[in-house]
Ligand binder design. Structure first.
Ligand SMILES: O=C1N=Cc2cc(Nc3ncnc4nc[nH]c34)ccc21
Length: 324
């Protein structure tokens, strides 16, 4: 039909370069060249089979909400075709955060502070919009320029993890109970709210569901300053279980979960004696079990180690430890 030929298809405008940028629960991310301007883009291909269309549309809506934020990966355009979606993003030449740290071989607290500052600004923006990332990890933190740590942008608001992202809240979303209520109550119903319901709104209790991202930021900061994570499973005795190589091992996984739920972590003296007190103080306010007591993104931006640039420029051991 005329209408079908009217719209350009993805394949008419982009051609694959063969470079694979990542695989994940979401699908795959490949480099494509735009045949009109010859520029390279990162294209996320999401197969429709086995994934709800509304989740992909919600993800597209979130990226549109985040347009022009300097620390959030920018979506250029998207295509819906019969069996899949193509989401076209700017290509970040620096690759992922860990790749950049390993490639540079050097990292100072001042650079780590700048990375945390960029991520905290992105989280502050998202959380004010009622959006939680929920899957913040080094693979989802991208460096804009090759060999340069900052600026970084976060990506992968993947809804595949089963929890609904908190997009811009509209009334029908709140009514079917799947969204975080922002300050606006459904019109004409506030008068009928029971005190305990008003408590929820007033205390904005649900805003604490976004504090999970600040815990993840604490883990990322800890790893940047020493090269290993604060919570881990010491191998389950069966050394060949493959856990260290990223394979599944139920015993190791449940040991890791117990370690996280315990919430006790250390700064081993041999690796942390040269790290500043301010850096450790910030980590200690992020790796807090109780989300009500954990720092917000705004608290991070106001912390001395971030705001006043007290972070030392002395080289850290991290890049060497990471490669072990
Ligand atoms: O939505 C996404 N989920 C994972 C992911 C990775 C990803 N990767 C990259 N995007 C842009 N430039 C990149 N350079 C290396 N990897 C890149 C883009 C978008 C997503």
């Amino acid at each position: 039909r005329a209408s079908e030929s009217m719209y350009k298809k993805f394949k008419d405008l982009y051609e694959a370069t063969g470079e694979n940028l990542g695989e994940g629960s979401f699908g795959s991310v490949q480099t494509y060249k735009n045949t009109t301007n010859n520029k390279e883009y990162a294209v996320k291909i999401v197969e429709k089979a086995g994934r709800s269309r509304s989740k992909v549309l919600k993800e597209i809506e979130i990226f549109q909400t985040c347009k022009n934020h300097e620390n959030i990966l920018q979506m250029i355009e998207y295509f819906e075709e019969s069996d899949r979606f193509y989401l076209v993003f700017d290509k970040m030449e620096g690759g992922t955060l860990l790749e950049t740290i390993e490639a540079r071989g050097t990292l100072t607290e001042a650079e780590a502070s700048a990375v945390v500052s960029d991520i905290a600004r992105a989280l502050d923006f998202l959380h004010r919009k009622g959006i939680a990332h929920r899957d913040l990890k080094p693979e989802n933190i991208l460096c804009e320029r090759r060999g340069q740590l900052v600026p970084v942008r976060i990506c992968d608001f993947d809804l595949g993890s089963g929890v609904l992202a908190r997009g811009g809240t509209t009334n029908e979303d709140v009514e079917d109970g799947c969204m975080t209520p922002e300050l606006q109550t459904p019109v004409g119903s506030a008068e009928f709210m029971a005190p305990e319901v008003v408590d929820v709104w007033v205390e904005n209790a649900w805003s604490y569901d976004k504090r999970c991202d600040l815990w993840s930021l604490g883990i990322i900061l800890y790893i940047m300053l020493c090269g290993y994570p604060p919570f881990y499973a010491s191998s389950c005795g069966k050394n060949d279980c493959g856990w260290e190589k990223g394979l599944a091992c139920p015993t190791c996984q449940s040991e890791l979960f117990k370690s996280i739920q315990g919430g006790h972590f250390k700064f081993p003296h041999e690796d942390w004696c040269t790290v500043s007190q301010e850096a450790k103080d910030l980590i200690s306010h992020l790796l807090v079990r109780d989300p009500h007591r954990r720092y917000t993104a705004k608290d991070v931006l106001d912390h001395p180690w971030i705001a006043s640039k007290v972070a030392p420029v002395k080289q850290l051991q991290t890049p060497h430890v990471l490669q072990r």
